[in-house]
Design a protein around this ligand. Sequence first.
Ligand SMILES: Cc1cc2nc3c(=O)[nH]c(=O)nc-3n(C[C@H](O)[C@H](O)[C@H](O)COP(=O)(O)OP(=O)(O)OC[C@H]3O[C@@H](n4cnc5c(N)ncnc54)[C@H](O)[C@@H]3O)c2cc1C
Ligand code: FES
Ligand code: FES
Length: 478
Amino acid sequence: MTSNIIKFILNDKIQEIHNPDPNETILNYIRLRLKKTGTKEGCAEGGCGACTIVIGELKKNNIIYKAINSCIAFTPSLEGKQLLVVEDLISENGSLHPVQSAMVNYHGSQCGFCTPGFVMSLFSMYKNNNSYNEKTIEESLSGNLCRCTGYRPIIDAAKSLNNSKSDQFKKNKRKTISLLKKIRPKSISIKNQNKKYFAPKTINELKKIIRKYPNLDFLSGGTDMSLIVTKQKKDLDNIVYLNSINELNYIKENYKYIEVGATTPLRQFELFIKKYYSDFNIILKRYGSVQIRNVATMAGNIATASPIGDSLPLLLSLDASIVIESFNKKTILPLKNFFIGYRKTKLKKGQFISSIRIPILKKNIFKAYKISKRIDDDISSVCASFNLAIVNKKIKSIKIAYGGMAAIPKRAIYCEKVLLNSNFSENIILKAQKSLEKDFQPINDMRASKDYRMEIAKNLLIKCFSEIKQNKLIRLNY
Ligand SMILES: Cc1cc2nc3c(=O)[nH]c(=O)nc-3n(C[C@H](O)[C@H](O)[C@H](O)COP(=O)(O)OP(=O)(O)OC[C@H]3O[C@@H](n4cnc5c(N)ncnc54)[C@H](O)[C@@H]3O)c2cc1C
Ligand code: FES
Ligand code: FES
């Protein structure tokens, strides 16, 4: 059964939107239709956090609260969820939520414009953790920019939450869960003027839709796609939303590889991957912000094929494969054969990535580094990843990949050749450094000059080998 009515929970009631415009952002819905103007628009591209809201999702009889950027999420994605905006935090009797009180008590609100976003990020942190240390606080606020004064009073407010009482949402939890169960998300099919929007719930339904409409654009977390609407001011006329398909939200493992379903949010994956490849986790912690990673997917990162997509060099060095499906076919393709030009891939219309397979290499050394202008919430200038096995001081296998060094994320084949079967020595590393000039001819752009990129690429190779030699991490921030 499909429906064109979006149902979600707002202020303990089921709210309906009939046949919404599929390109309407949740931010515009909140401000222009609900007339709740606490949530602000800053950048309209997911980068400042002023528009942060919290979404409640039902998971195994519990509610998971996720901070997201409402400026880059479309209204139909609210289907089956709870919507929480800053006005909703005040209790019925008018008292402030513990997070709001903490911001008042510690003078955390300065300009005021960014404050609702900070409050909502802290609210999501408050709901998802039992205690709040500096690391948890910094991570929770990594997607919220304060450019007027500074973060100290906000961080102090966050720390004070360690002593706060429970809130009205905890008391109301059972009622909210029963409401969420009542609305049971449906498959959505919207035709609004010339725009089509589908949100199937199963792979089977998805395949039927793409068979009928092979020209639809896939939308997952929307952290790249939505910018077509909010920044390029264009319409997305034909959307098939994937993130309602729970069958594609999984992480499985066998003795050979980890398989990550296409709609698994990066935030879920980053926690899992730590036990296999801790540097993968470290890179993902610096990938956008919590708001971005709560919805963004690795499949979206791969399909976007940006030369500076952060997961891509890591996956290339690990020799990952992707599972590609259409309505009647399934193929497995090594990622190294997927990128064919600047933002061009082998994906054809009607084909989607259903999962990513990452080999488990327990005996190998895996390292990855991201160089960006800012530590948090910034995209790479250069990203490098190394996967190698050393046996009796000899490099027995090696795969190296870089982002930001070419039109596509790419393996450093010449460099690998120099190193393979060589003794692990300083001389060979110096030779391998030089060979990077054969692998890459980087470009100048606003993020970095070509000379800087090459220098960084060479230095990261040295860094990797120094870390291995000294058997310790040589890093300022991790
Ligand atoms: C503020 C901000 C910060 C960011 N920071 C980073 C960063 O630090 N590092 C980084 O690498 N990226 C960053 N990004 C980019 C973006 O978040 C990632 O590329 C993300 O992984 C995209 O995933 P998504 O699910 O949101 O994709 P979407 O935006 O939904 O889709 C992106 C593209 O992939 C296609 N697509 C999505 N899923 C599939 C599928 N299963 N099969 C086939 N095609 C599919 C879509 O059609 C679209 O062309 C940032 C973006 C923003 C807005
Ligand atoms: S308005 Fe800046 S993140 Fe949404
Ligand atoms: S308090 Fe809003 S920008 Fe600093």
